[in-house]
Design a protein around this ligand. Sequence first.
Ligand code: GLN
Ligand code: ZN
Length: 713
Amino acid sequence: MSEFPASTVLGYPRIGPNRELKRALEAYWDGRSTREELERTGAELRAATWNRLAELGLAGLPSNTFSLYDQVLDTAVLLGAVPERYLEADDPYFAMARGTQGLPPLRMTKWFDTNYHYLVPEIGPETVFKLDAAKPLSEVREARALGHETRPVILGPVTFLLLAGALDRLADVLPCYEELLGALAAEGVAWVQLDEPALVADRAPAELDAVRAAYDRLGGLAVRPGLFVASYFGDLGESLPVLAATPVEAIGLDLVRGQAHSVPGKIVVAGVVSGRDVWRTSPELALARLRAVSDQAAQVVVSTSCSLQHVPYDLDAEDDLDPALRARLAFAEQKVAEVVALSGREFTGTAPAAPSVELIEPVVVEGRGPYQARAAAQAEHLRLPALPTTTIGSFPQTGELRAARAAVAAGTLSQAGYERRVEQEIEHVIRLQERLGLDVLVHGEPERNDMVQYFAEHLDGFAVTRNGWVQSYGSRCTRPPILHGDVSRPEPITVRWARYAQSLTDRHVKGMLTGPVTIVAWSFVRDDLPLRDVVLQVADAVREEVRDLEAAGISIIQVDEPALRELLPLRRSSQEAYLEWAVAAYRHATAGAGDRTQIHTHLCYSDADQILAAIDGLDADVTTIESARSGARILGAVSSFGRGLGPGVYDIHSPRVPGEDEVERLLRATLEVLPRERVWVNPDCGLKTRTYEQVEAALANVVSAAHRLRQAP
Ligand code: GLN
Ligand code: ZN
C-alpha cells in the first residue's frame, strides 16, 4: 500500500466563497439557466477548491466532497437507491431534494449534532441497489486534468444504512461498494475515504457485527485502493477495536472531541484541527495530541476533526471584525494552513486568550409558583376562550423588507426610515390577525433577519460576520454569529416592537424571544468554557429581556427552543446531564416572570418525542410543537404531558393550504389524547417562508375549525 499523504482535510465547503452555488441553483430552479450552466458552476467551484488547497500546501486532496445539494442524497444516487416515483420527474435528483408540484421531497433531518440537514434515503424491501459511479469517477478525472491526484470521499455503508434505518440490507449494498472500489482502483486511485460518523454513537452488538462484516469484506478485496475509514463528531469507543481488527489501512480519529488511542499497525489520520468551530488551533495541544496517537501507529497524518463544510471559507473576507477577536479566529482556509504547518511540525505562535469569565448560576426558585396556581392566575388575567388560537411568531418576510434592510446597510435608507417601515409591517400583521379572529397575536418578527443573528447583533460578547456563510441545506446558508466573550445585554432588544404591537390592539400580543440553547446551538461559541456555562450566560441575558417585556405590559412571552434536541449528545451516557443543564438554563431564562405572565415555548424540526419529558420539564405554560408535517406522530407520546400544548395543525413547510376539515380532524385527534382546557391551536412553525396569500387562507381555516370545536361537546 502506498504511503498516505502527510496532511489532509476530511472535506471542504462547497457553496462557494461568495455563495456561487446558491445563486446557480436558484437560477436553475427558477428556469433562468440550464442544467449545463449549473454543472459548469459546480466544476469551477471544484477546480478553485483543489487549486487553492494545493496552493496552501495540503498534501492529500479530497474529491467527491462537492455536492449540488447533499452528500447523503449523492450516496443514494451512487447506490441506485432512487425511489421509483421520482424517475418520472424532469430532474429526479432535485425532485428528491425539493419535491415537485405533485411529489413531496424526501424527508430531511439534521446531520448528527450539527445544523446541517441531509435527505433521508428511502430504502424499502423493494429497493434494488445498483452502482452508478459517474460522480466520484468524473471528479477524480477532473482533478487529474488540473494536475491533482485526489482521494474520493464516500459515505460508508454502515452509516448510510443506519441513516436510512435499513442496516439489514448490508449484504445487498456491499457488492456496490466492492464494484466501486474496483472501478476506483482501475482509475488509478490510491486511497479512498469511507465516512462512518455513525460509529461515534452507541452501537448495539449487531451493529458492531455489521462494521466487522463490512470492512472485513471490503478490506479483503484483491484489487482496491487503500481504505481510510473516517470517524468524526466524537470518539469511536467500542467501534475502534472492531474497526482496528479489519484489514483497513487507515483510521480517522476526531481528537478534538474524542480521546487519543493507540492503533497498532494502522495509519492514524489524526483530526487535531477542529472542523466544528472558528478558533485558531493551539499548537501545544495539537502537537500533544499528535504525539499521543503516534505510539505504535504505522504513520500519523495531520487532519481536521471532520469536514470543513461546517465553517466559513475565509477569514480574509471579513474586514469589520475587531482585530483582537480576529487574532483568535481561523476559518476553512486558515485551518488548512494550520494542518499544513502541523504536518511539518513547525507550528508555533499562540492565539490570544479569551477574555474574562463571569459564571452564572441558575436561579429558578424565585418568581414562579406551581403550574396549577399559574394556570389559574393566567385564566383570570388573560380571559382566553377554550382552544385558543395563535401563531408561532414570524409572518411572511417580504422582498420589500429584505430590500429595506439592504438599503440601510448600503446607506440609502435611514435608520428612522427603516423603523417606520417595520412599524407599518407590524400594523399590517396585527390588523390581519384581528381580521382573521386569532386570539393571541404576534408582531410578526419583521425586524429580524434571523432568529439567532438578530439577538447576537444586540448582545455584547457576540460578533457577526459579513460573509461567514455555512451551508444549512441545499442552497440555504446561515451566518452563525461568533460568541467570543462574556455575554450581556446592554439594553432591551425586543421591547419597543412588542410594546408598539400591543399598543395597536386590545388582544394579547405575545413577546417573542429565542431561547439560550438555540442561540448557542446556532452560533460558534467560545471553547474555553463548558457549554453549560456559555448557555447560562445567554440565559441570563434572555432573563432580563423577559422581565423587561413583562414590565412593559406584555402578558404572554414565548421563548423558542427549536434546537433543544439538536444539541443532545450522541452518546446516551451524556444525554441526561445535558438535558438537566439545558432545562435549568431555560428555566433560569423564564422563571423571573410572575405567575400571571404566560410563558410559551416552541420546538420543531426534530424528533421531539424522544425528549418530551425534558420539554415538560422546561415548565413553560404552553408548548407549541411541530406535528402536522410529521403525520401527528407526536400525539402518540403526549398523553402524560402536564402543561398547555399546541401540536401544529398546519404544515407550514408546504405551499399547500389545509382545508378546514383537515384542521378539524387534527384537532379532534389532539383532543383524544389531551384535556380540552390544555389544548392550543396553532401552525407547526413560523410563517416567514410562506406568502401572505397562503397564510391568510390557511389561518382562516385554522380559526374556523377551532371555532367549530369550541361549540362541539
Ligand atoms: N418564532 C420563530 C418564527 O416563528 C420560530 C422559528 C423556529 O422555530 N425555527 O419564525
Ligand atoms: Zn419552529
